[in-house]
Write a protein that binds this ligand. Sequence first.
Ligand code: ARG
Length: 281
Amino acid sequence: MKKLSAMLMAGAMMMSLAACGSSASSASSEAVSSEAASSEVASSAASSEAASAAELTTVTPGKLTMSTNAAFPPYESTDDNGNFVGIDIDVATAIAEPLGLELQVDDMDFDAALLAAQNGKSDLVMAGVTVTEDRQLVMDFSDSYATGIQSIIVKEDSDVATPDDLADKMIGTQRGTTGYIYCSDDFGDEHVTPYDDGLTAVQALVNGQVDAVVIDNAPAKEFVAANPGLKILDTAYAEEDYAIGVAKGNTAMLDAINGALEELKNDGTLQAIIDKYIKAE
Ligand code: ARG
């Protein structure tokens, strides 16, 4: 698939998505503290390079506010008790800790979670966010902490066997995601239905409202395991890097995140977190 052109084209689309997403963003701003207060983090509180975050200011003093869309297992979801769980939650907790901050998770629509970080309503967005050239125009990204694959889910008896077979089909995606952006570029808007979250898209597939769902591989596996009669095609649609997004120009936050991430990579914590949620096949 023409991933590069998809990414370039996506620029205009993300912009227009961002523009129409303004109502979602105002809804989300109610969920997050609107007042950007500053919190000084004593450099002595943090060990490592993260300690250089002496002038780190956060949306709420003492807290690291993460915007996310917790409908994306195993990266973020809620457990039976309503607690946020997943790779991104554990990694964010491990980043917050050496900074002397408590993690605060704000759950909202995916496109709103991106906007919250862009607008400084959250300190960062962690939501299995793919780094794309177009997103890099409107926010800054940390070093990558995981890789993702856009995969295609179909019914077991589907005649769709490769990405090219998606032409003229109806494709379900989550609104604002790379799955939506790539598919609408490759096959046309009229062939892609955006849903609030991945599970709703998968349910539309089960009900026959769409012919396929394009979504990140790890959640795809969870949704297929929970919904009999579906399968994931062997051919990947696109490969991607996940990173943490912050407001453009917030270098203090970016440096603090990258410093903490490097520690988590070097001491094996990051891999241990990923292995806890994604079992080797
Ligand atoms: N990786 C895809 C993207 O960045 C999908 C991410 C969706 N994440 C979520 N928490 N719902 O567009």
